[in-house]
Design a protein around this ligand. Structure first.
Ligand SMILES: Cc1ncc(COP(=O)(O)O)c(C=O)c1O
Length: 409
């Protein structure tokens, strides 16, 4: 099997497996006072510090969660509940770009439905970048804004957002910003402290919260983290033993944290080399698809050097084909890729990201996401390119037949 779906999850690094296996043998609850507990606590806190160093923050600012989705929920709901009525204000607006991950979309929709939040959707341009002019205009009425939340990089089309500009706008408006960096972590440099400094963020405003997830960088599934600036407060979602600054109660997973730290350190150390290597493979893949299927349309940033595109992301629409047909045909040929978009109750949905970028429903249905990881090779790219023409021809035939059937009706 050629695996080209690293954005969904990427294999654990051997060093992470080793760290996790060793840590599983450590006895003790890190909250216990005795020496066994303290040994577990040492390992946990060391891991927290090591992860923090890869994100430019201190260990105390890392809140471990059960996954990336929980980190996003904690940031958005936690900031919203904290800010909504603080100081007698009425801050019920959440500014959120179109085309976000469902962890964000479903969270803000829930707040709108159950808690009276007003969601203000900021449009995207044609490559998937947030419209800064619209965001700035909405922030003019800063007193009514609870928070801004945004992806660092889009998990479907790989577009890297102008995070520094958004953080600066939020800082100037005195509004907190949460960034979902789950797709970006390990592929682009992230330095939260430097970004706060560069954007002159006051206490509690600008970039204050950032979500990451271990299984996207070669760590285990089942652990994520919310980077929460010291100056920011969130309402906890889980109550109990008061662990982690009372922000996220519950006994912490020492072994998963140790494995997360091992992966984070390796990925950070190799970031520049890996990004250059992956971008080379990405561009080879893009050129190969354009040659094999001239009607295919690349989504996201295709500018010189594609500087606003994640180095591991390729995303094409194949007009006249269903993305799902292509996915199944390629899978049968031994190549694992993704449509990038969600299914609702088993029915494939057109990509909401492409729709937000102004693309047609047919483009949004015929999308395929091919994502590279640290272990991807030229041979993987070539295997995909070898399997594509036959899969495309068959999917196009099925697409035509589908249209004929719907005319007949
Ligand atoms: C951008 C983005 N946000 C959130 C998530 C959810 O993370 P997790 O799978 O760790 O819950 C993902 C994973 O697909 C993602 O890509």
């Amino acid at each position: 099997m050629v695996y080209l779906d690293h954005a969904a999850t990427t294999p654990m690094l051997p060093e992470a497996i080793e760290a996790m296996t060793a840590a599983l043998a450590v006895v003790g609850n890190p909250s216990s006072i005795h020496s066994a507990g303290q040994q577990a606590k040492r390992l946990l806190e060391e891991s927290r510090e090591r992860i923090a160093a890869t994100l430019g923050v201190d260990g105390i600012e890392i809140v471990f969660t059960g996954n990336g989705t929980e980190a996003v929920n904690l940031a958005i709901k936690g900031l919203w509940w904290q800010r909504r009525g603080a100081g007698g204000a009425d801050r019920s607006r959440i500014l959120v770009p179109a085309g976000e991950h469902h962890a964000t979309i479903d969270t803000v929709d829930w707040l709108a439905e159950h808690e009276g939040a007003e969601i203000v959707e900021i449009p995207l341009d044609e490559v998937g970048r947030v419209r800064l002019d619209v965001l700035a205009a909405e922030l003019a009425d800063a007193e009514t804004v609870a928070l801004v939340t945004m992806l660092w990089a889009n998990n479907e089309v790989g577009t890297i957002q102008p995070v520094e500009e958004v953080a600066r706008l939020a800082a100037r408006a005195g509004v907190p910003l949460h960034v979902d960096a789950i797709a970006a972590y390990g592929q682009v440099p992230i330095d939260v402290r430097a970004l706060r400094r560069a954007t002159e963020a006051p206490r509690g405003a600008g970039l204050v919260a950032l979500s990451v997830s271990a299984h996207k960088i070669g760590g285990p599934a089942g652990i994520g983290a919310l980077v929460l600036d010291r100056s920011a407060a969130v309402e906890p979602l889980i109550h109990g033993g008061g662990q982690q600054r009372k922000v996220r109660s519950g006994t912490q997973d020492v072994a998963a944290a140790a494995a997360f730290a091992a992966a984070a350190e390796i990925v950070a150390a190799r970031l520049d080399d890996d990004a250059t290597r992956m971008a080379g493979l990405r561009d080879r893949l893009i050129a190969g698809v354009v040659e094999a299927v001239p009607t295919a349309r690349l989504s996201g940033d295709a500018g010189p050097g594609a500087s606003a595109r994640l180095p591991g992301n390729v995303h094409f629409s194949f007009p006249g084909c269903e993305g799902d047909s292509l996915l199944f045909l390629l899978d049968a040929a031994g190549v694992a890729v993704s449509t990038g978009s969600a299914c609702q109750a088993g029915v494939p949905e057109p990509s909401h990201v492409l729709m937000a970028m102004g693309r047609s429903e047919s483009d949004a249905r015929g999308a395929l996401r091919i994502t590279l990881g640290h272990a991807s090779t030229e041979a993987d790219v070539d295997a995909f390119l070898a399997a594509l023409p036959a899969a495309h021809a068959q999917a196009a035939k099925a697409g035509l037949a589908g249209r004929a059937t719907s005319f007949d009706r």
